[in-house]
Write a protein that binds this ligand. Structure first.
Ligand code: MN
Length: 197
């Protein structure tokens, strides 16, 4: 069994004008694909070959000799979760259980957005911003490079990629504008509600 690159859950042009098909060609077709290819090379003929992505991540997270495997495995997982975190005509204020939980745990939707945006903007260099469920409470989290909540037993509900490759073609250095598009037009709240359930 090898790790495979999952298809995007929508057409590569479906998130335009917020994320271009050109960004998708590079981000899914080149970056995400390269993590898959590298991971399969690194685990070939080791005791990790044949294991699930989640098991590979958990088995390598604190192993300094396996940093390359962890980084590629976590990046494969994170990107698959990121594609699912978005949909055409998404974003805005959610409905369902997540809406009530955001009010309960952040005070207001605006406070939630403000805290999430700050996490994305202040992640120095490459990384990810997350909405996670920890001790049954919503929290905002940021991770560096490939690091991922699932490596630390924390349940992610939503993520945004803040590596420059996620937004540079469409927004150049405007990470804040990219995050605003994510909040206003892209978040797949159905996915977040299903993760919460
Ligand atoms: Mn990325």
């Amino acid at each position: 069994m090898t790790i495979t690159l999952p298809d995007l859950p929508y057409d590569k042009a479906a998130l335009e004008p917020h994320i271009s098909s050109r960004t998708m060609d590079f981000h899914h077709g080149k970056h995400h694909n390269a993590y898959v290819t590298n991971l399969n090379k690194l685990i070939a003929e080791t005791d990790l070959a044949g294991k699930t992505l989640e098991d590979i991540i958990k088995a390598t997270v604190n192993d300094a000799d396996k940093t390359g495997i962890f980084n590629n495995a976590a990046q494969v997982w994170n990107h698959t979760f990121y594609w699912q975190s978005m949909k055409p005509n998404g974003g805005g204020v959610p409905s369902g259980d997540i809406a009530e939980k955001i009010i309960a745990d952040f005070g207001s939707h605006d406070n939630f957005i403000s805290e999430f945006k700050t996490a994305g903007l202040t992640q120095f260099g490459s990384g990810w911003a997350w909405l996670v469920l920890k001790n049954n409470k919503l929290e905002i989290m940021k991770t560096t490079n490939a690091d991922t909540p699932i490596a630390h037993g924390i349940m992610p509900l939503l993520t945004v990629d803040v590596w420059e490759h996620a937004y540079y073609l469409d927004y150049q250095n405007g990470r804040g504008n990219y995050l605003d598009s994510f909040f206003n037009n892209l978040i797949n709240w159905d996915f977040v509600n299903s993760n919460l359930a």
